[in-house]
Ligand binder design. Structure first.
Ligand code: SF4
Ligand code: SF4
Length: 359
């Protein structure tokens, strides 16, 4: 089979480095650990991709399925002395597989899910009849979160505190799911449409950790400055008149996309401390060692059993912590933990409860 390795062939230095490495990051990979399968570790994936870039193997169905066994959690990179970007390489391989029309049951499941998502997102985006006003602060809810309406009370409150117009933008998509599926064109289209809509805003606050990570690395002009939710709230709460502490003992889960990837650890802890009057309870694995919830990288579509096992492991850590509830970085983790019987909530939901009262 003749293949067009447009992207992955430029990353040979990375794949070769891993091929000489004695699997140093292997213990960190949650997928390989849950499955007991080294082929799905960073080392296994990068070695197989090195064979492709060197012409010793093809981007076939087996390898395509393998590169869909990565959640994009970045735990491998955090444990790599050479700071190898495994996630970027894996996403490039997915783009090449897509370009070469390599199709498997797993890529088919991804394609079907994204086709439905495309229709849903386009319909919703069409219904959002507005663009950001000049100087406006926009809170981007994220298209995976269907409970944005419960956050609307934040708009008038923030407008009063900040003295500028604030827009809680629901139903808009940044394009991340398509990037994770190797659909680069569709991803760019969503990103460009969002940037055009946001170009007059003063800042774009991404409430979802996945959107934050994606926008921080991919956003280009005319997108305004992108700020993570916890960084924004830490700044805003420092100068607002606030209710009394709740006194609740909450645990915190660090999202892979804002924690390990962007180093945002202190800010969510400071915000929780403002609300409760005490530092959050740390899970046994936290900050750079935080466990992935299994919801990233399209894993629930391609390897649902692995994703579920990862969620159960995280739920176990929360139970072990003894906390009544856990604050998480995205609605996907919230939903996955809730399914396991854990009381999980995003920072915004906690803030609404504290500032406005229970829904
Ligand atoms: S990512 Fe780093 S630690 Fe992991 S296999 Fe590659 S070189 Fe080794
Ligand atoms: S990003 Fe996470 S899931 Fe993917 S290879 Fe690295 S450790 Fe494994």
């Amino acid at each position: 089979m003749s293949v067009n390795l447009q992207v992955i062939s430029t990353l040979q230095d990375r794949t070769q480095t891993c091929s000489y490495c004695p699997k140093l990051c292997r213990p960190a990979c949650p997928v390989a650990t849950v499955e007991g399968n080294d082929a799905h570790s960073a080392w296994g994936l990068m070695n197989a991709l090195d064979d492709v870039t060197m012409g010793r193997a093809e981007m076939d169905a087996t390898l395509t399925d393998a590169v869909y066994a990565c959640t994009g959690c970045g735990a491998c990179r955090a444990h790599c002395e050479l700071d190898i970007d495994v996630v970027g390489t894996v996403l490039s391989a997915r783009a090449d597989a897509r370009r070469n029309s390599v199709s498997t049951d797993k890529t088919q499941a991804v394609r079907e899910s994204l086709a439905k998502r495309s229709a849903r997102v386009s319909r919703r985006e069409h219904n959002v009849g507005r663009v950001a006003r000049a100087g406006e602060v926009v809170l981007l809810v994220g298209c995976s979160d269907r409970s944005g309406a419960s956050l609307r009370s934040l708009e008038p409150l923030l407008s009063k505190w900040l003295g500028v117009s604030v827009w809680l933008a629901e139903d808009l998509c940044c394009g991340m799911p398509w990037r994770e599926a190797g659909e680069l064109q569709e991803s760019s289209q969503h990103l460009a449409a969002l940037a055009e809509r946001m170009k007059d805003a003063s800042e774009l606050v991404a409430l979802d950790a996945g959107c934050t990570g994606f926008l921080k690395t991919e956003a280009r002009d005319p997108m305004p400055r992108v700020v993570s939710s916890a960084v924004f709230w830490e700044r805003v709460l420092a100068r607002a008149e606030l209710p009394d502490f709740t006194g609740e003992s909450l645990a915190i889960h660090d999202s892979c996309r804002t924690g390990r990837a962007l180093g945002i650890f202190a800010e969510p802890r400071n915000v929780i401390a403002k609300i409760t009057g005490r530092s959050p309870i740390e899970l046994r694995a936290s900050k750079r060692e935080s466990l992935c919830s299994g919801g990233g990288g399209l894993l629930p579509l391609t390897y649902p059993n692995t994703a579920d096992a990862m969620t159960r492991e995280l739920a176990g850590l929360v139970r072990e912590s003894g906390a009544s509830r856990v604050v998480v970085g995205c609605s996907t983790t919230q939903a996955r933990l809730t399914r396991e019987g854990i009381k999980a909530m995003t920072l915004e939901r906690l803030l609404v409860e504290w500032l406005v009262g229970p829904a």
